[in-house]
Design a protein around this ligand. Structure first.
Ligand code: SF4
Length: 238
């Protein structure tokens, strides 16, 4: 018989899916988490809490990882070897160059190919649902009519939150994905600068290793720091 595996990133949607699958005693043999190595500490804390819950219920937990270290891929990995534009590393991940996501999706899909895979996409993300609707994937959040907002409330109501430096990440970020994700918008990045100084410093360290701008092919993290500093000085701290 095919196994049931929940693919969980420990963001609000996939966590809400997992918690409700457990609450409703749906078939669940295994939980799989793909660790990019660049997750927020809050994600790892939630993972550790969930691992204990799963042990109590005798449900297997599996952690998958990229073939090579994320920072090695960013800065060291030989790319386009033997071609005129040979260089080292893919630089930032995000936008049109989502090299980390491609490996993540293919690794999880391969792992789950002979099982039913529960995927945590909220009902108010119809485009993502349409794109992912294939093969052996199941979408319980859609079945339960749970929106992104419902998922966050459900996680909070079950005692799960994402706190860093005393800040609830979902108060200041649209998505809690890799902390170095180039898909973060300017509002989120400004919130990093204002409220998450540890991660802002980490972004600066990464930027110091690559010339490629972080945002819109225009702003490096250092440019953004100047921009946000000026906005803060001018009293525009939204
Ligand atoms: S969340 Fe962003 S940085 Fe992480 S793998 Fe996906 S696109 Fe890349």
């Amino acid at each position: 018989m095919k196994k049931h595996i929940a693919s969980v990133s420990f963001g609000k949607d996939s966590l809400a899916m997992l918690l409700r699958l457990l609450e409703e005693n749906k078939p669940l043999d295994e939980v799989v988490f793909y660790d990019t190595g660049m997750e927020f500490n809050a994600i790892y804390n939630i993972r550790d809490k969930v691992i204990e819950m799963l042990k109590d219920k005798n449900i297997k937990f599996t952690e998958l990882k990229p073939k090579c270290n994320f920072e090695y891929c960013m800065f060291e990995k030989p790319v386009k070897v033997g071609k005129p534009n040979e260089h080292k590393g893919y630089s930032w991940c995000g936008g049109r160059c989502r090299w980390g996501t491609m490996e993540k999706i293919s690794t999880i899909e391969k792992y789950c190919e002979n099982a039913y895979e529960y995927v945590g996409i909220a009902v108010d993300e119809p485009q993502r649902l349409q794109k992912e609707r294939k093969g052996n994937k199941l979408f319980p959040l859609e079945e339960w009519n749970m929106t992104e907002k419902d998922c966050l409330s459900y996680c909070y109501a079950n005692g799960f939150d994402w706190v860093e430096d005393g800040i609830h990440l979902y108060d200041i970020l649209d998505r809690v994905s890799c902390w170095c994700c180039a898909n973060k918008n300017l509002k989120e990045l400004k919130n990093y600068y204002l409220y998450l100084p540890t991660y802002w410093e980490k972004l600066k360290q990464l930027q110091s290793k690559t010339d490629r701008p972080f945002k819109y092919n225009k702003y490096t993290i250092f440019d953004l720091e100047e921009k946000f500093k000026k906005e803060k000085k001018d009293g525009d701290i939204r």
